[in-house]
Design a binder for this molecule. Sequence first.
Ligand code: DGL
Length: 283
Amino acid sequence: MRSPAAATGPIGVFDSGIGGLSVLRALRQELPDDQFVYIGDAGHAPYGERDTAHVLARSQLLANYLCTTHKAKALVLACNTATAAAVASLRERYPQLPIVGIEPALKPAATQTASGVVAVMATRSTLASGKFLALLAAQPPSVRFLLQACDGLAVAIEQADRQAIESLCHRYVQALRQNPDGGAQIDTVVLGCTHYALITEVLARLWGPQVALLEAGQPVARRTRQVLQAAGLLRPAIGATQQDLAAKPLLCLSTGDPSFLNQALQDWRIGGPILLASALHLP
Ligand code: DGL
């Protein structure tokens, strides 16, 4: 059990950009009394189309900043690509710190598919990672997973480029549907990149009502509560009033142009007062 003071520290959350807001929203619902510091590493994105060494180095830098400057009591990697590249190394480096990652929801998809054909939309880097391949190998052989690397989609979402979002989604959904290995039978789609959870209305329209879209924001939020509880770091409930919340607004930082993060924060209504996202300069 840690000291009660440790429990009041913020939870550090990061992604390559705005995608992790889909996780942050679930975290704020699950842990309404907690403070969060969110970093979008937009100056060094997209992670999904960079090499693993780059994503690992960025994740280490951001984790170090959150732990030293903000005294984070826990970290949430709100990025599938960063989790695949860096969660093991971060856990080694900070053995006392609760660290929660996110991974594509293959297991829930395998449980709920009726047709036995599941599509996975994710970044190229996530799909090529050892962590993902191990997760895939652990699924029941009766379920077929069709994988689609969605190059360019996270960037289009980051920049709120509606036209690019529409045409890329159309291209990737078509490619999956036309996969000769059973694409027409897909009934479940795993959104294996946190950015894609921000455009579920576009994907739901293209896939149609018979296809379930699975993202992992809520499971990650529940898991974060469990690990905080196990570490004695759950912030005591203060029955947060509007005044309490106003005293501890969400701090959002971007290593790129903060206007994209500010726009996404407005669009996304993630609850509670939010400080305008500001630029973060890290080496
Ligand atoms: N949001 C990140 C993920 O969940 C990746 C976006 C990017 O390529 O930067 O994988």
